[in-house]
Design a protein around this ligand. Structure first.
Ligand SMILES: [Zn+2]
Length: 342
């Protein structure tokens, strides 16, 4: 049996990384936004590759429809309704106990974005929506930290590295997020597991190369697109918009909270998410005691779950709640006010 010191041997002997490169990797901190298909694959490679600290952010919990492509999650995670960030952290710690993994079962929003990204060297977009990506883009340029945009749908995917320091940025490519409801989603047209794995492999490769300091300019601003069914690979270069509000004029409207909703329905299932008005933490134990008369209450370290005849409310310690079994947002907000407060 070899010693744990051999863990990174295949990086040490790899000419493009070596011991110096591995040393840089081990001092790096990476924020992964979204622990779905893209996030679980990227996190798997980065954790096993020895990134010093991985911060995992996800607002949702594990569902049966995730298991087809989201590696690291198990049927037990679905049965116990575990938040994805916590389930992924547990899984990754079994693969590499020598790095720091921080789980944040919360939604990445304008008011917590800077806190979640504090001191990170790189941000990986593994989200499933454009408002989040525009927020990441603002944050990246505000902090001067690179980020890697990624997406996959059906059998297609794309990835794009943006430096956070010199253009182009996402706003050079796309002025505003596409209007709600006009884009296809994985919930309506499906997605092939290996297509996602290919996109996250590109994201993870870009991440590792840039963290070793090996000329990330090589791929900065190049949009890579693939189709894992047709076996097609294309790329194009994004040009810097000389009047770009973000990378030229340093105006960060998404980071200022413009366009944020206080509640929304969660795509593909009967559920409403309600956002708090502030990011203050809440005493879950005390609240669990108060909710015992309403229904069955389970209290965990970072969330509590209230199950009543008509809905299930999962409340996280950042005061965000998901109401399963509801489709009416105003009803969800009113239940939130009633049981959690304003
Ligand atoms: Zn720009």
């Amino acid at each position: 049996m070899s010693a744990t010191g051999d863990r990174y041997n295949r990086h040490h002997i790899l000419s493009v990384i070596g011991k110096d490169g591995q040393e840089r990797i081990s001092r790096s901190k990476v924020l992964i936004i979204g622990c779905g298909a893209l996030g679980t694959h990227s996190a798997e490679y980065l954790a096993r590759g020895g990134i010093g600290e991985l911060r995992l952010v996800d607002r949702d919990f594990v569902d049966w429809s995730n298991l087809q492509r989201q590696i690291g999650f198990t049927e037990d995670d679905v049965r116990s309704g575990r938040p994805k960030a916590l389930a992924l952290k547990d899984h990754l710690e079994k693969a590499n106990s020598s790095i720091r993994i921080v789980a944040e079962p919360t939604e990445f929003q304008f008011f917590n974005a800077a806190k979640l990204a504090r001191d990170v060297d790189l941000i990986i977009d593994a989200s499933d929506n454009f408002p989040t990506r525009f927020l990441i883009n603002d944050l990246s340029w505000k902090l001067g930290v690179p980020w890697i945009y990624g997406g996959a749908i059906e059998t297609r995917g794309h990835a794009l590295f943006l430096s956070g320091r010199e253009g182009p940025c996402l706003r050079c490519y796309m002025d505003e997020p596409p209007a709600a409801g006009i884009l296809q989603t994985c919930d309506t047209v499906g997605v092939l597991g290996p297509a996602v794995a290919m996109v996250s492999s590109i994201q993870a490769s870009m991440a590792i190369r840039s963290l070793t300091g090996d000329e990330p300019d090589l791929f900065c601003g190049r949009l890579f697109r693939l189709d894992s069914w047709k076996m097609e690979w294309k790329e194009s270069r994004i040009e810097t918009d000389p009047d770009c509000p973000v990378c030229i004029h340093q105006r960060f409207k998404f980071l200022e909270g413009k366009g944020q909703l206080s509640s929304e329905s969660l795509c593909g299932r009967e559920a409403i998410q309600v956002h708090p008005k502030s990011s203050n933490d809440i005493d879950l134990q005390a609240l669990a005691g108060r909710l015992e008369s309403v229904g069955e209450v389970e209290c965990h370290s970072r969330y509590l779950r209230l199950t009543s005849a008509n809905f299930t409310m999962t409340l996280f310690d950042d005061q965000r709640a998901i109401f399963d079994g509801l489709t009416d947002a105003s009803k969800a907000r009113s239940l939130y006010s009633r049981y959690v407060g304003d």
